[in-house]
Design a protein around this ligand. Structure first.
Ligand SMILES: [Zn+2]
Length: 142
C-alpha cells in the first residue's frame, strides 16, 4: 500500500524546499514523506470517513513547496490518491483491512446495534445495507 505514498514522494522530492537553517526536528523531506504515508494509511483503514483525501494531503504538504510547484503538487497527490482508492475498492472483500483490522458494515441495525456483516469494499456497507450507500450518494450530489 505504501508504494502509493512513496510514488507521490518520489515524484515531488526534487521540488521540496530546503530546510530553514534554524529549523529543528524532522527535515522537510521527512515531513512530506510522513504526511504522504499518513494519508495512505488513513485511506487504507478509514476510507469511507476520509472525505477529501487530496485536499487534506495537499494542505498538509503544500508549505514545503514553492509557489511555482503548487499546481503540480496538487495534481500528483490527486492522481496517486485516486489510484490508491481504486486499488482498495478492487480488493476482494475479506472482512479485514490491509492492516488486519476486522471490517464491519457501517450501518446500524433496527435494534440500534452496529451491523457486523462484512462490508463491500467500494462503499463500506454489507449487501443488505446497500440502499444506505445510495442515499448517501444522493445526499452528496445534492
Ligand atoms: Zn449491514
Amino acid at each position: 500500500m505504501y508504494r502509493f505514498s512513496r510514488a507521490i514522494y518520489r515524484e515531488l522530492e526534487s521540488e521540496i524546499l530546503e530546510d530553514h537553517p534554524l529549523q529543528s526536528g524532522a527535515t522537510n523531506h521527512e515531513r512530506v514523506l510522513r504526511a504522504c504515508e499518513a494519508a495512505i494509511h488513513r485511506l487504507a483503514t478509514d476510507m469511507h470517513y476520509f472525505a477529501r483525501p487530496t485536499k487534506t494531503l495537499f494542505n498538509d504538504i503544500r508549505i514545503y513547496f514553492p509557489m511555482s510547484s503548487q499546481r503540480r503538487v496538487y495534481c500528483v497527490v490527486d492522481r496517486y490518491l485516486k489510484l490508491a482508492r481504486e486499488f482498495l475498492i478492487n480488493q476482494p472483500a475479506t472482512g479485514f483491512d490491509l492492516e488486519g483490522n476486522r471490517l464491519e458494515c457501517r450501518a446500524t441495525t433496527r435494534r440500534g446495534t452496529a451491523c457486523q456483516r462484512v462490508p463491500l469494499p467500494h462503499n463500506g456497507y454489507c449487501p443488505s445495507h446497500q440502499h444506505l450507500a445510495e442515499t448517501e450518494e444522493v445526499l452528496a450530489a445534492a
